[in-house]
Design a protein around this ligand. Structure first.
Ligand SMILES: [Zn+2]
Length: 64
């Protein structure tokens, strides 16, 4: 079974090397692991992080 990137169509190889990635990155990697190549995965994560940040509202609100 050969997996290909859903975006660029490149064959996937060794996508699961996300140990050095930030936590939010790993969350998305679970969703897209084996689905996108590393380059497209990064792009997807960047979009996801921006979307997540926008959804969570303005940053810097102090509860104090
Ligand atoms: Zn790709």
């Amino acid at each position: 079974m050969t997996r290909k990137c859903a975006w660029c169509g490149r064959p996937l190889s060794g996508v699961s090397d996300g140990r050095k990635l930030p936590l939010s990155w790993k969350r998305v990697e679970r969703l897209y692991g084996g689905y996108l190549c590393h380059a497209c995965l990064r792009e997807a994560i960047l979009r996801w992080v921006v979307k997540e940040a926008a959804a969570s509202g303005p940053i810097g609100q102090s509860s104090a």
